[in-house]
Design a protein around this ligand. Structure first.
Ligand code: BGC
Length: 260
């Protein structure tokens, strides 16, 4: 099975497309709806159903993967960085499956992006330790060692200088605090220097919508680790969620590669 439906649910938008999971490309236009304010379970699930109804061909039988902005373990949503705390402890996977009327695989959004970059992008064939971070409403992370994804790292929640990293260094923090690129880069420098000191990675990958402006801030960072933008930028979550779901159904993904 090479077609799968990928849905990427974030703090601000819910996006989806049908994906070719062998080639790592979108087979339909990407459809996007706004995440309902407050990020409550029912309105978010209803929006995902509405989204899928508008994607051509998405009703055909195919694996469905959903990237979600929380810790996800065995289908349960165990945190709520930027959505309603009502999600904590729910079987989010079962709830999406019931609403969509088909099985789904729910995974952390940054892990989905990491999986996409591992198979179709900047982390492909990179030996050693790759750390992907998504800079958006929050900061998500994916931790990949020699091609194996270790799920549910939450490096955005590292406490640095007495503050949660994502509260200072996410793209939302840049906008809220009206920082220019230099001011924001100073906060990113502190974050990536800390990751470098603790993990000695071989490569950093930067994802999230702001990575399209990478020229404004990546050259300002002084790191010993190479740092590059995600190949798939804003589509990495969709591609990765679809690919993980397809691999899980085909039984092709060893358990340790299957986030959640
Ligand atoms: C969440 C992570 C998520 C990231 C990006 C953080 O607030 O804790 O699980 O990956 O935002 O959406």
């Amino acid at each position: 099975m090479t077609h799968a439906l990928g849905i990427d649910i974030g703090g601000t938008g819910i996006k989806g497309a049908v994906v070719d999971t062998l080639g790592g490309t979108l087979l339909t236009d990407r459809r996007k709806l706004l995440t309902p304010a407050g990020g409550e379970p029912r309105p978010m699930i209803d929006t995902a159903v509405e989204l899928v109804a508008g994607i051509p061909g998405a009703q055909e039988p195919m694996p469905v993967g959903i990237a979600f902005p929380t810790i996800v373990k065995r289908g349960r949503t165990l945190s709520a960085g930027n959505i309603s705390s009502a999600w904590i402890g729910l079987d989010g996977q079962a709830m999406f499956a019931a609403a969509l009327g088909r099985p789904v695989l729910l995974v952390n959004d940054a892990d989905a992006a990491g999986y996409a970059e591992l198979h179709f992008g900047a982390a492909k064939d990179v030996p050693g330790l790759v750390i992907l971070t998504t800079l958006g409403t929050g900061i998500g992370s994916a931790f990949i060692y020699d091609g194996v994804l270790v799920p549910n790292t939450e490096f955005g929640f590292l406490e640095i200088d007495g503050e949660i990293a994502e509260a200072r260094a996410s793209y939302r923090a840049k906008e809220q605090d009206e920082l220019d690129w230099e001011q924001w880069a100073k906060r990113l420098q502190r974050f990536y220097t800390h990751l470098e000191r603790v993990f000695s990675p071989d490569l950093f990958i930067v994802g999230g919508g702001v990575s399209k402006h990478a020229d404004e801030f990546l050259p300002l960072l002084r790191l010993s680790t190479p740092i590059v933008t995600a190949t798939h930028r804003n589509n990495a979550g969709i591609l990765g969620a679809a690919a993980i779901a397809a691999a899980a159904i085909a039984g092709a993904a060893p358990a340790e590669r299957r986030p959640g």
